[in-house]
Design a protein around this ligand. Structure first.
Ligand SMILES: Nc1ncnc2c1ncn2[C@@H]1O[C@H](COP(=O)(O)OP(=O)(O)OP(=O)(O)O)[C@@H](O)[C@H]1O
Ligand SMILES: [Mg+2]
Length: 288
């Protein structure tokens, strides 16, 4: 019989930041599961990206983590606690900026905090701390020159910076992003990539990021989760082997290009696109 030395403490299993266990989701009347048998642990401070064909359940999974959808079965835990609805520990950023048009940039960023100050018995020190954080976020996101501008006076990239600053205002442990840069032009998107990586390093939040852009997923993520549709499921998880120091040049490195090609090919295989094309060819009797 083996015994532990007296001084030894049993290893403590780290609680994942997000634990997704056997999660299924079927929308009412839907013929297939939007999510089927999803199992994934996401660690604290990870940056995980999700890619996959349209309809494979990326947004549904993100919204379920955010507490905006409820799974049909299975468990979804944040810091070991079951998710029962939205919470200030999880901020969401969507493709469309959803800023309040009647508030300036600065007011948009402070808005949620101000709401909290009204609804919970906050002291003036709390409000002052919030003011300081808003100023720091304005600086961090390069928004100081437009702090008093209205959202409709800003470019799309600037509006999305405001949306991200607003999401970060409450120091959420988790930031959930659903194609946040999908509407931006390629150059602005590159700038946003480096900005969000910097923010991730600085704020040490856990980021779950959904995108259609495989290059974006590879450049940002420590892991890329590829989902497949009908039913929505996890197909492959890629560990991204490029470390923490990344610059735009990485996108031209042979290893990056190879991985990007592999992922794109796998998305094509899982999407049924080839089958659709074949069907179209049969219907029209011509090459498409
Ligand atoms: N509210 C809803 N009611 C019914 N079905 C829904 C609802 N939301 C999503 N679905 C279905 O669930 C499946 C997954 O949708 P979801 O939006 O999560 O996919 P996605 O991977 O985010 O797609 P995209 O890349 O196009 O954004 C799809 O078949 C979709 O039609
Ligand atoms: Mg989606």
């Amino acid at each position: 019989m083996s015994t532990l030395p007296l001084s030894a403490t049993p290893p403590v299993a780290a609680v994942p930041k997000i634990a997704i266990r056997d999660v299924f989701k079927r929308f009412d009347g839907a013929p297939v599961n939007a999510l089927e048998n999803i199992n994934l642990d996401i660690c604290d401070n990870e940056f995980v990206t999700f890619v996959g064909a349209s309809g494979c359940g990326k947004s549904t999974l993100l919204r379920t983590i955010g507490g905006l959808e409820v799974q049909t079965s299975g468990e979804l835990l944040v810091d070991g606690e079951a998710v029962t609805g939205p919470g200030i520990d999880r901020a969401m950023v969507f493709q469309h900026y959803s800023l309040y048009p009647w508030m300036t940039v600065c007011e948009n960023i402070k808005f949620c905090r101000r709401l909290a100050a009204h609804t919970q018995d906050r002291s003036s020190a709390d409000v002052e701390a919030a003011e300081g954080r808003a100023d720091a976020l304005l600086r961090l996101m390069g928004l100081e020159p437009v702090a008093n501008a209205w959202p409709n006076q800003l470019s799309g990239g600037m509006q999305q910076r405001v949306a991200i600053a607003r999401a970060l205002m409450g120091r959420p442990g988790i930031v959930l992003m659903d194609e946040p840069f999908g509407a931006l032009d390629a150059q602005t998107r590159e700038v946003m990539h480096d900005l969000i990586r910097y923010v991730h390093k600085l704020e040490k939040s856990t980021i779950v990021f959904v995108t259609h852009d495989v290059e974006e997923a590879l450049y940002l993520g420590g892991r890329v989760v590829l989902m497949a549709p009908r039913p929505g499921r996890i197909d492959t998880i890629y560990d991204v082997p490029f470390g923490d120091q990344r610059t735009q040049d990485l996108k031209h490195a042979p290893e990056f290009v190879r991985l990007k090609r592999d992922i794109l090919e796998r998305i094509r295989e899982t999407s049924g696109m080839k089958t659709d094309l074949e069907q179209l060819q049969r219907m029209t009797g011509a090459a498409v």
